[in-house]
Write a protein that binds this ligand. Structure first.
Ligand code: C2E
Ligand code: CA
Ligand code: CA
Length: 574
């Protein structure tokens, strides 16, 4: 990607932006000139008004011009105070000079022209000088503190580099000005083991040394680009690069920082070697705000760390974020599993007369912000990571204990649980479900195990054996998502199921054409021929309900009569 040519004026602007995080802003210079001019003019008017014997007529009243002397004098003094407050030393010197220069004129007026009206001006002037001195001294003290605090707020105390706050400020400023730049997330390799084996003191010295090398590189512009390096915390750094022509420019700069890092680090006469990984994202190509840009750079960094290859620089691509999201989902999933924190919601199933048949237990995982991760996101991840059996079992176990409570109170309801094909085929599957049945005390006949239609295609004979075993224990079997696979009728005939669940996609389409309706009617009639109960999934609209009742659907599961709900709510429904 070609970049704009880098202009010196832009260069200056960037340096200013970077400096602005350390220095409090001053008002523009023209306000300084304006204050001085207004002060001189109102001082002149004060004297003229003070010696005037004229009057003016305002709204029928006669007002002596002398009255205005006070007004002009106050205005003049306000200008002086603003000068001292806003322009620090220069404002103070100018204010004192201007006030002092008025004394000769006042003295001449009083003593030579015997104009006693100016005595008031003399004292006002003297008091203004005292006020300026007091304000200036106070303000200087406060500003010293302010600048100390500001410096501390934007500086990392250990290394003296700008910190995360400063880095975000600079990035936001660059974004606001529409500058193109690259953000590089840097993470030192194996720094933790340095800390653990050599102690924190050596670790700190190493960080200080690395920071000083990188700071020198930044200050001396050795990389041929404009850089800004910050320490974000621990062994994480961020490098902002500007003023490159193409991606080679970015690469060269990263390599310069990499080379500086990889030179031997000698601490207390011992040599150390340090390396790092670099993940890079560009504004505006990859992201348009600072949070997203950090995420992109971090995604690239995590990927290069995960790959563990000799190449330690990675540029962000959209593909990466997907990988990153999947990894993040996997992390959350593992945490939930380890903490026994996979929860379940229950979606009611009714017969055609709206009598409760039971519930389907659907896995839920709470995200850090309190919302739920979607099963459509985490179930495929669980399948791929080989964690699906742990999900199934947690849901099954918790749903079983829910059932043991509910059955004591009332009804003879069915709890449907989803079991993945991979899980079903595992050697210890039978022991697991026997354990749940005996510990919960709920008869197997109150459970229905939902297995997707795909099992008939993928696992054939071996799966049939397993399903027979489950069946013998008393469990009911449902074929889930029926219609989405390509199972043969002869196989369906052999399959010892009790019910089949028509997939939502067919229910959605059902009323759009006569043939779609016939299709669903055929599934129902095949089901009935094979002695299976038919459950229609994803029923949302009254016309779908009406059609299903007219073509003989046995059970309804859908938002129209009930969304998945927390167990406490489901218990009330029973
Ligand atoms: P599924 O087994 O087909 O479950 C039905 C899904 O359809 C549920 O989504 C349910 O909320 C949704 N649904 C039901 N009625 C309606 C409706 O009227 N309208 C709409 N728009 N949606 C409806 P959910 O809870 O997101 O689950 C998605 C899938 O995740 C499930 O599809 C199932 O395949 C899988 N899953 C959920 N829990 C588990 C589990 O514990 N183990 C395994 N292996 N898979 C699970
Ligand atoms: Ca299901
Ligand atoms: Ca389904």
């Amino acid at each position: 990607m070609k970049k704009d040519r880098f202009l010196p004026s832009k260069n200056k602007h960037i340096s200013k932006t970077i400096n602005s995080i350390y220095i409090t802003k001053q008002p523009p210079k023209w306000t300084f000139v304006l204050l001085v001019v207004v002060h001189l003019f109102t001082s002149f008017l004060t004297t003229q008004a003070a010696i005037s014997h004229d009057s003016i007529i305002f709204l029928g009243n006669t007002i002596p011009v002398q009255v205005f002397a006070g007004v002009f004098s106050s205005l003049a003094n306000v200008c002086i105070i603003f000068l001292v407050v806003f322009f620090r030393k220069y404002g103070f010197i100018t204010a004192i000079t201007v006030l002092a220069l008025q004394f000769p004129r006042l003295i001449v007026s009083i003593f030579l022209h015997h104009n006693l009206a100016t005595i008031q001006g003399f004292f006002t002037n003297a008091l203004a000088i005292i006020a300026c001195v007091v304000i200036y001294l106070n303000k200087t003290k406060i500003e010293q503190y302010q600048s100390k605090f500001r410096h501390e707020a934007v500086t990392d105390t250990l290394t003296g580099l700008p910190n995360r706050f400063a880095c975000t400020e600079v990035i936001n400023n660059f974004i606001k000005n529409g500058f193109e730049f690259s953000l590089v997330s840097i993470d030192l390799n194996n720094f933790k083991s340095v800390n653990d084996t050599m102690g924190h003191e050596i670790g700190d010295k190493m960080l200080i040394e690395i920071a000083s090398r990188w700071k020198a590189l930044m200050d001396l512009r050795q990389s041929k680009t404009i850089d800004f390096i910050a320490r974000l915390g621990g062994d994480e750094f961020a490098l902002v690069i500007m003023g490159y022509f193409d991606s080679n420019g970015i690469h060269n700069t990263i390599n310069a920082y990499k080379a500086a890092l990889e030179k031997t680090i000698t601490i207390d006469d011992c040599d150390y070697f340090m390396t790092a990984c670099f993940g890079c994202a560009e504004f505006p190509a990859d992201a348009v705000n600072s949070t997203a840009l950090f995420s992109c750079a971090d995604a690239a960094l995590h990927e290069i760390k995960r790959l563990n290859s000799s190449n330690c620089i990675m540029h962000y691509s959209d593909e990466l974020l997907k990988t990153e999201q999947l990894l993040e989902t996997e992390r959350k999933l593992r945490t939930a599993l380890d903490n026994d924190d996979v929860q379940f919601y229950l979606q009611p199933q009714y017969d055609a007369s709206h009598k409760l048949r039971g519930f389907e237990a659907l896995a839920r995982i709470k995200d850090t912000d309190g919302s739920f991760l979607r099963p459509d996101d985490f179930i495929p991840v669980a399948e791929k990571a080989g964690l699906i059996d742990r999900v199934d079992i947690q849901v099954f176990r918790k749903a079983a204990f829910f059932m043991s409570d509910v059955l004591k109170k009332s009804g003879n309801i069915i709890m449907s649980v989803n079991i993945s094909v991979r899980h079903l085929m595992k050697n210890n599957f039978m022991e697991e479900i026997k354990g749940i049945i005996s510990s919960s005390g709920v008869p197997a006949s109150n459970f229905e195990i939902e297995i997707t239609e795909s099992i008939m295609i993928d696992s054939a004979e071996k799966a049939l054996q397993r399903i027979d075993e489950i069946k013998k224990m008393g469990f009911k079997i449902a074929i889930d998502d029926f219609g989405t696979g390509y199972s043969s009728l002869s196989y369906l005939n052999k399959f010892p199921a009790d019910s089949l669940k028509i997939d939502k996609s067919f229910i959605d389409e059902m009323n759009s054409s006569d043939s779609s309706k016939q299709y669903v009617a055929t599934i129902i009639s095949i089901g009935h021929t094979l002695n299976l109960k038919v459950i229609s999934e994803g029923v949302e609209m009254p016309d779908q309900l009406e059609t299903l009742c007219s073509i003989g659907g046995d059970y309804i599961q859908g938002f129209i009569w009930g969304k998945p709900m927390p167990p406490e709510e489901a218990a009330k429904l029973v």
